[in-house]
Design a protein. Sequence first.
Length: 281
Amino acid sequence: MMILTLSCPDQPGIVARVSGFLFERGANIEDAQQYDDAETGRFFMRVVFDRGGQAPEALQAEFGPLAQACAMDWSLRRDKARRRVMILASHTDHCLADLIWRWRQSELPMEITAVVSNHPPDSFPHTDLRGVAFHHLPVTPQTRAAQEAELWRLIEETSTDLVVLARYMQVLSCDLAAKLEGRCINIHHSFLPGFKGAKPYHQAHARGVKVIGATAHFVTADLDEGPIIEQDVERISHRDTPAALIRKGRDIERRVLARAVRWVLEDRVLLNGRKTVVFTD
């Protein structure tokens, strides 16, 4: 199977031209999703198809002229091709442990290139790091530039496709965020920007909030302002203590991040300016 994703200025005949291109080459469409954004004037499409014996390289080359004629941003790849993912985490490890568990259970179609943390590996006693490359990159305000340079070297050296900030409690510089545009996912509690800084769940408890949640988004130079991929919430009550909020919040963060990562790995997320188009399964 192959997965074709594309976005381009909306115009008549795009679906016909894409499906015709595949039909002429003996391909069989297994699944197709599309969206026309009237606000931005852009068209988005995801197609899964059996290539019918056609060489992937030939399809790639032959689709180029059509893509150029329609001014498409596009991607064509085999569905079995696993993306290479680097996970960054700090001392809090519930999201890291969950991603590794799901990877070991083959729920996430990826190869983990490394786990990188500003804390040493013994900071994660409940996380199964067997067989996973681990890099300890401590950071201080004085060493941040050098630490990010080493991190970028690791990303390039390992041919990492996607970086996941699994509760990595360090703010990426504008330069690194720009380099990783469209291929770096972050998870945070949905209280932002209402409850910034330390102990957000304690702040929420003090204000008597009724709903807590989490948001997975692409990282940009604007802190926590990147295009949103997935969100979820859970109702709470006055009976919930700060500890209960933390426990429930961790559950939400795990599942929201896992869904966002899987959708990106499966080419279901397309950027649409400051937003995303997500073709869920």
